[in-house]
Each structure stands twice: as C-alpha cells, then as structure tokens.
Design a protein around this ligand. Structure first.
Ligand code: ATP
Ligand code: MG
Length: 305
C-alpha cells in the first residue's frame, strides 16, 4: 500500500475539502492518519473545524492534522545555507554574505526548497507514528515546482559531483607528480572531501524525496464540472508525466453544481475516476465533511486491503 497522498488541482476545486474528507474516511477505517497542509494560505483547520499549528494535533478519532509554517521553513533553509557558506568561505571576508542572503530570501526556488524540506521533515520524522499522510497542496505552480525539484536538483547535483570528482582526480595527479606542491596538502580523496560528502548527502536526500513522489505516493487531480479546472488538471498531468511522476486518480468534486457544458479530457478519462457531490448546504463542520463521500476514493487508495 502507498502511505502518502497528494491532492492537486486548480484553485478552489476542493483540494482542502477532499484531502480532509479522504483523511477522515481512512481514519474511520482504522488507519492512523496525519493530514498536512502545505498551502501558505492555510484553511485545513477551517475545514476540520479546529485551530491547527505546525505540529500534529488530534482532529478526530484516528486523525491528526497540522499546518506547515512555510515562513519558518524558509528561515531555516536560509540559516542552514548561511552557516554552510560562512564555514566554506570563512577565509574570504570580502564576500558580503548578508546582502547575498537578502537577495536569496526572494529568489526563485527558495519557497520550493522550503516546502520540500518541510515534506522531508514530515516523511522522515513524523510519518512513523501514522499509517497514512495526506498532503493538502498549495497552488498548482508551487506544487509542480516542488514535485519537480528532486528530479531537477538531482541532475544539477549529479553534474556537480562529476565536476568535483574531476577536481579530486587532478589533485591526485598533481600530488603524485609533486608531493611538495601546496595541492598535496589539500584533500585528494572522495571519502575525506567535505564538498564531495555534502553533494552525496544532498543527492541522498533528493533521492528519498523523488522515490516518495514517484513510487510511494498516491497522487490525485481534482476537477470541478467546468472547462478551466479540466484544462489545469491536464497541464498538471502533462507536467508530472515529463518528470516521471504518474497520477493515480482523477476526482470530479462538486458534481451537480450547475455550470456550462464541460467534458473530461481523454487524457484524464483513462485514470480511475471518482465523483463527489456538491453539498448545497455548504461544508462548515466535521459532520458536513463526513458527508462528502470519499469512500470509493479511500477504497482505491487502500487497494486490496
Ligand atoms: N463537494 C463540495 N460541496 C460543497 N462545497 C464544496 C465542496 N467541495 C468544496 N467546497 C467548497 O468550495 C470552496 C473551496 O474548497 P477548498 O477550500 O477545499 O478548495 P481548494 O482547492 O483547497 O482551494 P484553494 O486553492 O484556495 O486552496 C470552500 O468553500 C469549500 O467549502
Ligand atoms: Mg486549499
């Protein structure tokens, strides 16, 4: 059984609602479930009717929930990078690190890395206490970028590792030819090289996350009965295909809400398909949430269990 689930889709289609209803249904079936909001604009707590923090908190029998503090993860990521660089470039006081970090805070990629390391924390430190982790995702653009990061950063790290290997090989040659050279005093062996060790460490962490996304997770895209949400779902499917991550289900949420004509694209039609009715009375409590029927979706997730 896969033990992690992600729900993706256009803004407002019901990612938070369906994640919470799905998590609640699994908890009812006896699973210990952790629902985690990765959305910087959290509303998982609103859907569950309780106030959440960045630590798991009981929300219903068998169900705990938390909202990741992305701001804190951005600070943690910057601080780690800052101390790493300070240690590496301690000899170079002319390199103004503080202004570099002011820029880095707002540079592309920082938020994605923060989400990625937050997921790693949940996966490696918290998930052992639960049978299933359900992630409520942020807007599509950010979700696609953090899902792609292990693949893209993995390629970078592989190239940097090759480059480092070439540097170490050259140092070994120089050391053999001239044992008195200053190069001989520097590190020539992979096992002792800090930079090589750091790259290997990052590569291992990214590998764990890629495996989590590509092999251990149940990814579902949510649409509403409207053309725009279907177009966005197709874009999500195409982007994920490009990075080797498959979708496992498509959900039509808010079935029955009156809209103009729409149809599910053939690309999505091939996926296991689940329908959840529009609740005209609204969803304001845990009882309302329990009426969003996620039983078939939960059965698909649990497979033959
Ligand atoms: N099946 C449903 N029946 C009735 N209302 C629903 C249903 N699903 C979701 N809603 C309502 O639609 C609104 C948007 O839902 P939700 O917040 O779950 O979407 P979202 O995709 O998480 O949005 P965002 O992109 O802002 O995170 C909420 O008011 C929610 O209560
Ligand atoms: Mg949401």
């Amino acid at each position: 059984m896969r033990n992690t689930a992600f729900f993706l889709g256009k803004g407002g289609v019901g990612k938070t609602t369906v994640s919470a209803a799905f998590a609640l249904e699994l908890a009812k079936r006896g699973k210990r479930v952790l629902a985690v909001s990765l959305d910087p604009a959290h509303n998982l707590g609103d859907a569950l009717g309780i106030r959440l923090s960045d630590r798991p908190k009981p929300a219903a029998p068998g169900l705990s929930a938390m909202e990741v503090d992305l701001g804190a993860w951005v600070e943690r990521y910057l601080e780690e990078s800052r101390s790493e660089l300070k240690a590496t470039y301690a000899y170079n006081s002319s390199f103004n690190l503080d202004s570099f970090f002011d820029i880095m805070r707002y540079s592309p990629g920082t938020e994605e890395y923060a989400v990625l390391w937050a997921i790693e924390h949940v996966h490696c430190e918290l998930s052992a206490d639960f049978d299933v982790v359900v992630f409520d995702t942020p807007p599509t653009a950010l979700s696609l970028r953090f899902l792609a990061l292990p693949t893209i950063s993995g390629l970078w790290v592989r190239e940097l590792t090759k480059l480092r290997e070439r540097i170490l090989e050259k140092r070994q040659v120089v050391t053999r030819l001239n044992p008195e050279s200053p190069t001989a005093a520097s590190c020539v062996d992979k096992d002792d090289d800090r930079v090589y060790g750091k790259l290997s460490g990052i590569s291992r962490r990214l590998g764990v996350l890629h495996k989590l996304f590509a092999e251990e997770s149940f990814l579902s895209v949510i649409v509403n009965p409207d053309i725009l949400s279907v177009s966005e779902a197709l874009r999500i499917k195409d982007e994920l295909d490009r990075i080797g991550i498959g979708l496992h289900a498509a959900c039509l949420n808010k079935r029955g809400v009156s809209t103009a004509s729409w149809r599910l694209d053939d690309g999505l039609r091939k996926l296991p398909f689940f329908e959840l009715d529009f609740k005209s009375e609204g969803i304001r409590s845990l009882d309302d949430l329990a009426r969003v029927d996620a039983t078939a979706l939960a059965a698909e997730f649990l497979g033959g269990e």
